[in-house]
Design a protein around this ligand. Structure first.
Ligand SMILES: *[C@@H]1O[C@H](CO)[C@@H](O)[C@H](O)[C@H]1NC(C)=O
Ligand SMILES: *[C@@H]1O[C@H](CO)[C@@H](O)[C@H](O)[C@H]1NC(C)=O
Ligand SMILES: *[C@@H]1O[C@H](CO)[C@@H](O)[C@H](O)[C@H]1NC(C)=O
Ligand SMILES: *[C@@H]1O[C@H](CO)[C@@H](O)[C@H](O)[C@H]1NC(C)=O
Ligand SMILES: *[C@@H]1O[C@H](CO)[C@@H](O)[C@H](O)[C@H]1NC(C)=O
Ligand SMILES: *[C@@H]1O[C@H](CO)[C@@H](O)[C@H](O)[C@H]1NC(C)=O
Ligand SMILES: *[C@@H]1O[C@H](CO)[C@@H](O)[C@H](O)[C@H]1NC(C)=O
Ligand SMILES: *[C@@H]1O[C@H](CO)[C@@H](O)[C@H](O)[C@H]1NC(C)=O
Length: 541
């Protein structure tokens, strides 16, 4: 039987161009603002604040530095105002924590192996600089069709239709409502909130600027949206447009961009890249085999497969972060969510991370920039993804900022983690395709969730066994979890706070830059399939 509502939606969509299309992967836009309405119409009736005056007193107070002054670090746990229906689960299970790179970020605590470390600056140390690498916030699906939505659509279009009942009954009236690529309202909030948090924690570093900061983003719209929402939170909605220089680096094939490395790395595309989905798909066949049978009994007229069912899981995540709630979520058990997460882990591991021969090469351009900033040495060699026009210029690539902020993508954070030799993440690798390892060390929702942020804290700390001397240290936090640096040469000595002497860290990064063969890894004849036992993002010949 044909689903009446889905069928009816088609002619309706044609008759009313602004009504949502049911077409899966639709790029239909909502109708707001109404046609012809602009912010400048009736301007004379709505004078600007400066014209109205009477703003009252506006003292700002001193810059906050909660990263030092508060006794404990804030902890991000909630995802207000999103709703994930917990009814199907025991109350302690939060499905949003198993969506991999589609999870909204949360504080990961000791996930990387340093349970005692706090994001607060260790007592006695003084923070002098931060390096922030920030993923965009929650977005709609990237371009490309959701195969499950397309399956339903096809059945309606070709007149065979479908009927659903029981837990799938909602499908009879369900329509696809999502946009593509850009931030969702919740995604905007994530970045705005993180800008506010950065101001509360690191605001005092603004006192050290002698010029306006340069903060970088790529040109893709969700990236620009993310960078601006962050800046609006950091500087204030009224002040942000005049408070910093927004550097927008072109994100497009053929352009060098350390924040979008795959456009300047041939091997990061094509067969080597699809290794990720190949592994993920193999695992999906395993963990969803029985789920297909379970769900199939509730729908007639379409034939489910593991691919369709995993795309139903995608819809749970995407609908929740886009429209606040999804009926798809409660269809799945805890085990199925853990399986879904692991498919995502496999994808990142083999496509961009420790298991891909371009993993380190893709992240190494950022590491070169980091070394230049840490040593305040102008860059002169541009032999990776760096753009010499921008990075060779002290206006577009300043070396003396107390705060650096770079907006980037999930996969690049995964690659930077490999380039920086965060080896604690690879302890349970190489990742097997047919079961989830115990104590899995590579969890994408810890590494690259929506609004993920990698933060380097540079600080001065007293030297052990001396009361007068102090030395510079650095450490790295990923989503509030302190990352052990013991896999980095010269930082091997375990440290409960994740600290490494700054000079030693720099030496380690310089050696890492030397050992990663960008030219070969990105453009060489790396044969496929390559050995699947890589754990350091490099294919060693
Ligand atoms: C019509 O639907 C059936 C069942 O889903 C499918 O096998 C077929 O490919 C569809 N045809 C078209 C033209 O969409
Ligand atoms: C480098 O950046 C400049 C400024 O955006 C741009 O004009 C140029 O095309 C870029 N070059 C490459 C190779 O990406
Ligand atoms: C992946 O699945 C294909 C097709 O079923 C199979 O031939 C291959 O051995 C699987 N690979 C792994 C690593 O399990
Ligand atoms: C872009 O990257 C390539 C490959 O590393 C390099 O040869 C080229 O000089 C770079 N271009 C710029 C403008 O930096
Ligand atoms: C850039 O370098 C030039 C030449 O060394 C110097 O005069 C200028 O002050 C620098 N500008 C900035 C913004 O650092
Ligand atoms: C990075 O890690 C790999 C694998 O553990 C190690 O062989 C290499 O020496 C490390 N390099 C640096 C510079 O720390
Ligand atoms: C790439 O390597 C494969 C085997 O490793 C070889 O068969 C092929 O000829 C090589 N291609 C080029 C262009 O060197
Ligand atoms: C990975 O496997 C290949 C054989 O496929 C072997 O030659 C190589 O030593 C292994 N490397 C590691 C790091 O285990």
């Amino acid at each position: 039987m044909v689903s009446a509502l889905l069928l009816a939606a088609l002619p309706l969509a044609a008759a009313f161009p602004h009504s949502a299309s049911i077409f899966a992967g639709s790029t239909t836009s909502a109708a707001f603002p109404p046609p012809g309405a602009t912010g400048t119409s009736y301007e004379e009736y709505f004078p600007a604040a400066a014209e109205v005056g009477f703003a009252g007193p506006t003292p700002t107070g001193a810059e906050p530095e909660a990263i030092q002054t508060a006794p404990a670090a804030p902890v991000k746990l909630d995802t207000y105002p999103l709703v994930a229906d917990g009814a199907a689960y025991n109350p302690s299970f939060n499905p949003m924590r198993y969506w991999g790179n589609l999870s909204p970020w949360f504080s990961v605590g000791g996930a990387f192996g340093l349970p005692e470390a706090s994001p607060q600056v260790p007592s006695g140390c003084e923070l002098t600089q931060v390096h922030i690498v920030q993923r965009h916030g929650a977005r709609y699906p990237t371009s490309g069709t959701n195969k499950f939505a397309a399956l339903l659509q096809d059945a309606v279009v070709n007149g065979t239709g479908f009927t659903a009942h029981g837990p799938l009954e909602f499908l009879n009236t369900w329509t696809y409502k999502l946009g593509a690529e850009i931030l969702t309202p919740f995604g905007r909030k994530q970045l705005y909130d993180l800008g506010v948090a950065a101001r509360v924690q690191y605001g005092h570093l603004l006192d050290e600027f002698t010029r306006l900061p340069v903060f970088r983003t790529t040109s893709e719209w969700r990236m620009v949206q993310s960078a601006r929402n962050w800046a609006a939170g950091f500087f204030g909605l009224e002040e942000y447009p005049t408070s910093y220089h927004e550097e927008i680096i072109i994100e497009e094939e053929g352009y060098n961009n350390t924040l979008v490395p795959w456009n300047d790395c041939d091997n990061a595309n094509g067969d080597l890249y699809t290794m990720g989905s190949w592994y993920a798909n193999n695992w999906t066949e395993i963990y969803l085999k029985d789920t297909v049978k379970r769900l199939q009994q509730y729908v007639d007229g379409v034939e489910l497969t593991t691919t369709y069912v995993s795309e139903m899981q995608d819809l749970c995540a995407y609908e929740t972060v886009s429209i606040g709630y999804s009926k798809f979520c409660e269809l799945f058990t805890e085990e199925e969510w853990k399986g879904y997460q692991y498919a995502n882990d496999l994808d990142f591991w083999y496509a961009d991370g420790p298991g891909n021969p371009t993993g380190a090469a893709q992240g190494i351009g950022y590491v070169q920039e980091l070394v230049a900033r840490l040593t305040q040495t102008p860059m002169t060699v541009f032999d990776t993804t760096t753009n010499g026009t921008l990075d060779g210029n002290n206006i577009t690539f300043p070396l003396d900022q107390p705060i650096y902020m770079d907006a980037t993508h999930d996969t690049n954070i995964a690659s930077i983690a490999v380039a920086m030799n965060f080896t604690s993440m690879v302890a349970s690798g190489p990742l097997p395709v047919d079961y989830i390892p115990e104590d899995l060390s590579y969890n994408t929702q810890h590494i690259a969730p929506f609004a993920a942020h990698l933060v380097g804290q540079v600080m001065t700390c007293p030297v052990k066994h001396s009361t007068s001397d102090s030395e510079k240290y650095i450490r790295w936090l990923l989503n509030d979890g302190v990352v052990p640096l013991t896999g980095i040469k010269y930082c091997e000595e375990p440290n409960k706070d994740g600290l490494c002497l700054l000079d030693n860290f720099i030496k380690g990064m310089q050696e890492r830059v030397a050992e990663v063969d960008f030219q070969y890894d990105c453009f060489g004849n790396v044969s496929v399939p390559y050995p699947d036992n890589l754990t350091n993002g490099r294919y060693i010949r």
